[in-house]
Design a protein around this ligand. Structure first.
Ligand code: ADP
Ligand code: ZN
Ligand code: ZN
Length: 732
């Protein structure tokens, strides 16, 4: 047992790596673990200060006689900070990286915060007067239109929501105030308006789901709310939140950044008034910090936000809701690469809270856990709104188009549907599924895709004229002749995307007003919402875009959704590509016919028989799940087994290669006795970036703990030097 401990005194200090060494008295050694809260003497202060152990060692770093002993390691009475430090420690353990990184993820550094009064924007004129003002407004005054329409809809809106999500400048607000349209009222911090409560009468399925969750608020548990888009999941959340608040508990609602719209936040405000707060990543750090303080001090009870909202310091957290739980944005791209859904479950377990994971297409991992009896499944099977029905879906076989000498990306069937909608003045969304497909090779004539014989992953085209597997490094020479049908159409896809489609659509439908949304047209922070609101306001007939356009937006006038090349994402060199494809198509289908007019979905594909496509077309999650889980089981991928990805990076390719070979050998020694399989090293999809070379190793095992041991061994190997190869880890 270690004799000394490195301790941080102030976790909110901007610089975290200032640690102090203390001696651990023998009677406390058993309790001295990394992450434990301690009481220590500090400087000349009379009272001991609270700190945390972040490291243990047997040697004194300075003259041992100058090291003071830890006073106590309290066993009980943990504060919210203690439990967040504990959570950081668990994150570090599972996902790798340093404890500092994990602490910074969980507890942001302290920010100077100006005292900002609580403010609201209130309508100051009659509804009739405001509506006639809206009617007279020139169309290009989009900001004013947003503001006035919002005030016509809701008399009183929190100030941050207006300047934040609604993007109204302070100057515009002052001007509108001078014109007598609105007032900005300052409120007392303790003056809490309660909100209107629930307004919708739930249907039987919704009531059953809400009641089941509410019953577990006492003891905790994890629920999966599986409901098609528009089935009323959000209404269920609101009901359950109400119950949690009634029990004096606090609630965290995670929503992917992209779906965290003004309308969504407002829905929660209407219901719960000032007890609601929201954060988002573009908010200034000081403001986010203030929100945390307010949460800790009990001034708010519901925090809505993207993944980081998970670490809100609520002292009596009772419920965590994760909406659209299948979204890949819940996985952090920065070290530690934690997964918010897993961490939500972990945090809830630590404090006895309940978790609700909601989705129309639950991740395979989540659904698998339902099947294993770890999570409980709740289902909503129909659209909640009166008269709203699921859209009709049709699959168009692009190979037939080729035979009919139609080389356009738009099939005959889709073309006539577009013409029909344009004539009826209804809106259309065209969705190009192009998640990283550059290099993907497929036969346009028969749909064949080359696969690795060892990994069952599609091979990727490389400029040296080979097809390669990014898992194990297997390679074969590329030939233009299709090995399956002998046609000359076995070709790699280029990078052309939405812009080309836009040109084509404009040429084929010259009268249509076309909007485009992709990474190029949404460079600035506001662009994304600007395009969406233009489309929502009816300023475009056709919206063309990448997966961005299919996420959770509600356009009542959209009656046709076209997926241009649905199978492109099936070619991504990733074991989960069928799942991504199914998700995207199911979500895209969910965009059509959200209101009274029935919608239609046309899926164009070279592989009309692929289960991800047929299941998405019939909105049959269950059949997709069963086929996919059989595949994952047969080949040993998550969620049936766990997969640890280790990426090594170095400036010199030769150094990297020999070091990674050595690491692979070391890990085989460590892990193969336990039944783990080490695959690679292989060049990953992105082999070189910023002059750094990369190689990847995969380790598969049924048990997460074994993989954590493998990860620890790899981390230790990295600390030994080995030419300075840096490693990053990714679990599942
Ligand atoms: P989801 O979150 O599953 O996509 P929402 O909760 O947003 O679904 O509900 C979709 C639409 O149906 C919303 O306009 C909502 O107000 C409405 N709605 C939900 N539940 C009911 C209900 N029980 N009765 C009538 N309308 C409902
Ligand atoms: Zn392979
Ligand atoms: Zn072929």
């Amino acid at each position: 047992m270690a004799a000394y401990a490195d301790i941080i005194i102030d976790i909110a200090a901007p610089v975290l790596d200032r640690t102090f060494q203390y001696e651990i008295p023998p009677q406390l050694r058993e309790r001295a673990t990394v992450g434990a809260p301690v009481l220590v003497p500090f400087a000349t202060a009379k009272k001991p200060r609270r700190g945390y152990i972040v490291g243990l060692s047997d040697e004194a770093k300075i003259d041992a006689s100058r090291i003071r002993p830890i006073e106590d390691i309290p066993e009980r009475d943990l504060t919210i900070e203690d439990s967040l430090v504990e959570l950081a420690y668990r994150i570090k353990r599972r996902y790798g990286g340093s404890l500092y990184d994990a602490l910074r993820t969980v507890i942001p550094s302290r920010q100077k915060i100006a005292a900002v009064p609580k403010r609201k924007v209130r309508r100051a004129m009659s509804l009739e007067a405001l509506e006639s003002l809206i009617a007279q407004l020139p169309k290009r005054e989009t900001a004013k239109l947003r503001l006035y329409s919002a005030l016509a809809e809701t008399e009183e809106i929190p100030y941050e929501l207006v300047t934040g999500k609604l993007k109204i400048t302070k100057a515009a607000l002052t001007k509108a105030q001078d014109e007598g349209i609105l007032t900005v009222a300052e409120l007392d911090d303790d003056e809490n308006e309660p909100g209107a409560g629930l307004t919708v009468t739930l249907n039987d399925e919704q009531i059953a789901a809400a009641d089941t969750v509410a019953e577990s608020l006492e003891n905790g548990g994890v629920f999966v709310l599986h409901g098609i888009t528009g089935s009323g999941k959000t209404e269920v959340y609101l009901r359950v939140i109400e119950q949690a608040l009634a029990q004096g508990k606090q609630v965290i609602v995670l929503i992917p950044e992209i779906a965290l719209t003004y309308q969504t936040v407002l829905r929660f405000y209407r219901c719960f008034g000032d007890r609601v707060a929201f954060v988002h990543s573009k908010m200034p750090a000081g403001e986010r910090y203030r929100m945390r303080e307010r949460a800790r001090d009990g001034k708010i009870s519901i925090m809505i936000g993207p993944r980081s909202a998970l670490f809100t310091p609520f002292p009596n957290l009772g419920l965590i809701i994760v909406d659209e739980e299948h979204e890949t944005s819940y996985r952090s791209e920065l070290t530690p690469r934690y997964h918010a859904v897993e961490v939500a479950v972990e945090r809830a377990r630590m404090c006895g809270a309940t978790v609700v994971l909601g989705s129309a297409t639950p991740s395979l991992e989540t659904y698998y856990r339902c099947e294993q009896g770890e999570y409980r499944l709740l289902s909503l099977t129909k659209r909640a709104k009166d008269g709203a029905v699921l859209p009709r879906t049709e699959i168009v076989d692009l190979r037939e188009e080729l035979k009919a000498k139609n080389f356009s990306v738009i099939s005959q069937r889709l073309r006539s549907a577009i013409e029909d909608r344009l004539a009826k003045r209804e809106q259309i969304m065209l969705f190009l599924n192009r998640r990283g497909y550059a290099g993907f090779v497929s036969c346009r004539s028969c749909g064949y895709i080359a696969q690795c014989p060892h990994c069952d992953i599609s091979l990727t085209y490389h400029n040296d004229g080979t097809l390669r597997c990014h898992y194990c490094g297997h390679r074969v020479p590329y030939k233009k002749t299709c090995p399956e049908c002998g046609s000359q159409y076995f070709l790699p896809f280029g990078k052309s995307g939405t812009q080309k489609i836009e040109e084509l659509v404009e040429k084929e439908f010259p009268k249509a007003r076309v909007l485009r949304m992709d990474a190029d047209t949404t460079k600035a922070a506001d662009d994304y919402e600007a395009i969406l609101s233009e489309f929502a306001e009816g300023k475009g007939d056709i919206l063309i875009g990448t997966q961005m356009i299919v996420k959770g937006h509600d356009f009542p006038n959209v009656t046709l959704v076209g997926a241009l090349a649905a199978d492109l994402s099936l070619g991504v060199a990733d074991y989960a590509c069928a799942e991504r494809t199914f998700d995207l198509l199911a979500q895209a289908a969910g965009r059509a016919g959200r209101d009274k007019i029935p919608g239609e979905v046309i899926i164009q594909t070279y592989r009309p028989d692929h289960y991800a496509i047929t299941a998405a077309a019939t909105a049959d999650y269950r059949s997709f799940y069963e086929t996919e889980i059989r595949y994952r089981r047969s080949i040993g991928y998550p969620p049936v087994r766990h997969l640890l990805t280790i990426v090594g990076g170095h400036r010199r390719e030769a150094t990297l290669e020999s070091a990674m070979d050595e690491l692979a050998a070391r890990l085989r020694e460590v892990a193969e006795a336990d039944g783990a399989v080490v695959i690679g090293p292989a060049p990953p999809q992105l082999q070189k970036k910023n002059d750094m070379y990369f190689r990847v190793l995969y380790v598969k095992h049924g048990d997460c703990e074994t993989l954590i041991r493998v990860k620890d061994a790899a981390e230790q190997w990295m600390h030994e030097g080995h030419g300075g190869v840096g490693l990053t880890f990714d679990m599942d």
